[in-house]
Design a protein around this ligand. Sequence first.
Ligand code: CUA
Length: 334
Amino acid sequence: MKDADFQLFPDAASTVASRVDALFWFLTFLTMVLSLLIAGLIVYFSVKYRRSSTADRTPYRADTRLELIWIIGPLPILFYIFFWSATLFFELRRPPADSMQVAVVARQWMWKFQHPSGKREIDVLHVPIHRPVQLTMISQDVIHSFYVPAFRVKQDVLPGRYTTVWFEPDKVGEYHLFCAEYCGTNHSRMVGRIVVMSQADYEAWLSNDTGQPPQVAGMQLFEKFRCASCHGSSPSPRYAGERDGVRGFELSEPGIQRGPPLAGIFGRDIPLVDGRTVTADEAYLRESILRPQAKLVAGFPPIMPSYEGQLSEENILELIAHIKSLQAEGGTPP
Ligand code: CUA
């Protein structure tokens, strides 16, 4: 990325970049061939049938064979483009399971990133080379769009809903990050950099880290809001002492579960009171924290209060990271 140099085409710095380019150039080539063909015929016919010419003007009569050729002829090409694009699209939509997880919160007018180690950055994202990186993104205000031309990825970032994008950088360097959705006065300044480093440089860069991993911050929030009193696998005596004086919020009888236990819940199919089933993904966990009654788990009473307005988007992402980690550790709730 050099601001001084004019670049007609962006760098190709991710594993999909060259494949997106191949499709792009194929479509461009095909469009050019057809455009030239049509433009050429227009010129040819204009000359041939000019007013003063004596060309044959007998009205055209449909020729079934000719019609079939130009209906069936392009079909394989269009199907070829369809399967080519669809394959690429699915690959771009399916992050590898071992992706490094980065949380992104966009707002007017900045990009906030958090690494798995907890390290936070604003408007700059450092990533290691040859490692898939998955971003879980949400906006604090209006619609933004995360756009890194060098990686050939662009994804809207929405308020109230998680979107995701992934890439695997394969070239060390610095690349432009743009907001590609008009989001107010300083939209054009909502830019940043993606810094791709060698694995060793990335680890060195991470090592002067002061943050705490999101799942740890999430565990602290979990304790602060006393989530475990209802969501532990059984009511924990540890909480009995802490909750003295909090009336109407006492521990239930031992053995009675007031809320679904959260250990191992992430990614599972959850039966709901209305008979539907929902997958416990990021979107569902976020909704259940903010609007607990929206999709109530079968077998549990509608007693959870809403935490709307009490948690920032970062907090919610941390809580979700904590719930995910309960699964990773084989699931003992705190
Ligand atoms: Cu954010 Cu445009």
